[in-house]
Design a protein around this ligand. Structure first.
Ligand SMILES: [Zn+2]
Length: 277
């Protein structure tokens, strides 16, 4: 996971532009709700900066639905699709900030629009993410009133190491087991939310599977290095890989952790490499 700088935009302008594309009756109603929604936006921003919970606006169910439906104007081919495209474009290298495994092709409502219709088109409540992460979060929120999920715009993800991988060197296989272990100094609240993120997005299993794929891609090179220069050559290569990823992605990152742990694992750098498919 990684942070994205919060979108810089005029939220009032967005809201009025979107409202202007609705039918005249709905448009008037949205304009009537404008002051209430702008005040909710201001509270959202203030609370997000200090990671405090935000209470939903008390809305009539019809008004809630009208606000929720504003989001449809951001769909592909719809009048405000450019807002959706701008948010998707903010993903670094187009990758999902929740997992950094897949392309970010969808928008996640950080505060869900079912519960918070007033934030359905607020850019800083819309995170670019992959389909897998979006579905997993939606499922986790169903019937759960606690929103313990990380906010990629406002939480400052720690750079201290909390993600680890254990390399299991079997006789004919190598497996990669990811887990969390928190250093002292990281608040309990943050630890709990990172653990929730890890569990909801099934990152242990997904990282383990991708680690096997990544290793299999370079298995031939590693075996050649081992036979030409011994375990030291393998270690040096993996260490360089780790440094290169770490420079690009400073927060604890599954691929950097993989290269680092592999380079430090003497057993992997000798017999383990020969067991790679
Ligand atoms: Zn993802």
């Amino acid at each position: 996971m990684y942070n994205i700088t919060p979108p810089q935009c005029n939220n009032r302008e967005d809201y009025h532009r979107i409202s202007g594309h609705r039918n005249p009756v709905v448009k008037d109603r949205l304009f009537g709700l404008s002051a209430q929604v702008m005040s909710a936006y201001a509270k959202f921003q203030a609370n997000a900066l200090i990671c405090a919970p935000t209470a939903p606006l008390p809305l009539q169910s019809e008004d809630a639905q009208i606000l929720r439906n504003n989001y449809n104007t951001l769909d592909k081919g719809k009048p405000c699709a450019d807002i959706r495209e701008d948010i998707l474009a903010s993903a670094d290298l187009g990758q999902c900030p929740y997992c950094r495994l897949n392309d970010a092709t969808t928008l996640d409502h950080i505060l869900p629009k079912d519960r918070y219709p007033e934030f359905s088109v607020l850019r800083s409540n819309l995170a670019p993410c992959c389909r897998d992460c979006n579905s997993a979060k939606e499922l986790a929120l169903r019937g759960n009133s606690v929103n313990d999920h990380l906010n990629i715009y406002f939480d400052k993800f720690p750079t201290t190491q909390y993600l680890h991988v254990q390399i299991v060197n079997g006789p004919n296989f190598v497996a990669f087991k990811y887990s969390l272990s928190f250093p002292s100094g990281l608040s309990k609240n943050f630890q709990r939310r990172i653990a929730t993120h890890f569990a909801v997005h099934d990152l242990g299993r997904r990282y383990g599977r991708r680690a096997s794929v990544e290793m299999s891609h370079i298995a031939g090179s590693l075996k050649a290095l081992l036979s030409a220069g011994g375990p030291t050559a393998v270690q040096t290569f993996l260490d360089q890989q780790a440094k290169s990823v770490r420079t690009r992605w400073p927060s604890p990152e599954w691929l950097a952790v993989l290269w680092e742990s592999a380079s430090l694992d003497a057993s992997f750098c000798s017999v383990g490499v020969m067991s790679l498919p």
